[in-house]
Design a protein around this ligand. Structure first.
Ligand code: NAD
Ligand code: DAU
Length: 370
């Protein structure tokens, strides 16, 4: 049995990881620590908090005194560190919070964990999993081989640079202090509970409300899509069976252009509305409610500055060392994700009120159709 700290456990991947962990390792004690920024939501965790299968602490990873007291109280032997500012466009608009949480917050957590594990003599049994991104490797050309763990770091956005800096700090703690840490770098996740500031849920909820679907540039940028359940399975594997000090890439090998992804969302919605007439009265603004295609909403807008062209992940090291492979087919996974957003309208209506509206006005207000 382990005492586990999951930082950022109220975020998209964090919530999915908490549920996956509860099922996979029912005897572990889970303590979720999250600052509850705009990106957090604990609705899905409420039943687990209520029946005490997890403990939830609202707290900032930059708060060294709080982190120390949590280590003293709960004697963590596992840390899964997911807390971060995670949205590239926000990092372009306002990078400071990204440095604070992703760089300084990670440093505070590393130092607290190291001190605690040294003072209790448990360094050899503990593990610190740092969850990072493929964006640290920069951008690939169309014919380039996929990123491997030895690809050079070439971050292009303030978000990617802050994650790169945090990866380097983890690496330095391993080399200098024998910190029992592991790093994972993964590709674009999708699935339930993703904040509608990110491509797939944004396009979905906009289409349902009949709002324009803002594709950056010409839509030819490529992302490697990984279902969040595959990601969580891989994280559970790496934290127990990965070698400390090592980095593991995690990817879906599902490369798609943004244009293809948005068109697939539109076509799936069109078919679903045709098969389920009751959807028309729930979402009267959606073109599919009147038998038209959601594709009519696609609008090409001013590109993201420094927009990485392509990400692709070579996850063969993970498969070779642990046997872990991603299994969710993209079309099937996207179909299930669309079904989840159709069935959980109350969740995304809550998330898209207030602060979300202000962000949409700020980010998309100045983007013009191209
Ligand atoms: P998210 O933005 O949905 O969630 C991040 C969570 O961290 C939120 O609940 C937020 O409240 C919390 N948080 C932010 N600052 C904090 C602080 N100072 N102290 C404590 N909690 C804080 O992000 P996500 O998509 O779930 O990503 C989780 C992790 O995975 C991040 O580290 C991200 O860089 C990494 N990652 C994400 C993806 C992806 O496609 N979503 C891909 C690769 C890597
Ligand atoms: O690759 C892993 C990364 O994936 C994670 O580290 C980040 O936390 C996560 O946000 C994601 O970054 P991206 O920038 O790739 O994701 P995003 O959903 O913001 O955008 C995906 C692609 O879609 C990207 O090429 C930009 C484009 N896009 C995005 C939005 C929000 C649009 O064309 N229109 C949009 O409105």
């Amino acid at each position: 049995m382990h005492s586990v700290m999951i930082t950022g456990g109220a975020g998209f991947i964090g919530q999915n990881l908490v549920h996956a962990w509860r099922v996979a390792r029912p005897t572990d004690r889970l303590i979720v620590v999250d600052a509850m920024t705009y990106a957090a939501n604990v609705r899905s965790l409420e039943p687990l908090i209520a029946d005490r299968s997890i403990l939830f602490v609202k707290g900032d990873i930059n708060d060294a005194a709080l982190m120390r007291s949590l280590f003293e109280e709960y004697k963590f032997t596992r840390v899964a560190h997911l807390a971060a500012e995670s949205h590239v466009d926000r990092s372009i608009a306002d990078p400071e919070a990204f440095l604070q949480t992703n760089v300084f917050g990670t440093f505070t957590l590393l130092r607290t964990a190291l001190d605690a594990w040294r003072s209790t003599g448990t360094l050899d049994r503990a593990r610190f999993l740092h969850v990072s991104t493929d964006e640290v490797y920069g951008s690939l050309g169309s014919a380039d081989p996929a990123f491997s763990e030895s690809s050079p770091y070439r971050p292009n956005s303030p978000y990617a640079a802050s994650k790169a800096a945090s990866d380097h700090m983890v690496r330095a703690f391993v080399a200098t202090y024998d910190m029992p840490a592991l790093i994972t770098n993964c590709s674009n996740n999708y699935g339930p509970y993703q904040h509608p500031e990110k491509l797939i849920p944004l396009m979905l909820v906009h289409a349902l409300d009949g709002k324009s679907l803002p594709v950056y540039g010409d839509g030819s940028n490529i992302r490697d899509w990984l279902h969040v359940s595959d990601h969580c399975d891989a994280l559970l594997t790496v934290i127990e069976r990965g070698r400390t000090g090592e980095t593991y890439n995690i990817g879906g090998r599902k490369e798609r252009t943004n244009r293809d992804v948005v068109e697939l969302i539109c076509d799936t919605l069109d078919r679903t509305f045709a098969a389920e007439p009751a959807l028309a009265s729930r979402f009267p603004g959606c073109p599919a409610a009147a038998g038209a295609s959601c594709r009519s909403l696609i609008t090409y807008v001013t590109d993201r500055p420094g927009h990485d062209h392509r990400y692709a992940i070579d996850a063969s090291k993970l498969a070779r060392e642990t046997g872990q492979r991603c299994s969710v087919d993209f079309t099937a996974g996207l179909g299930r994700t669309i079904r989840w957003y159709l069935d959980n309208e109350a969740w995304w209506r809550e998330v898209t009120s207030g602060a979300y509206k202000a962000w949409i006005d700020k980010n998309y207000g100045l983007r013009i159709a191209v």
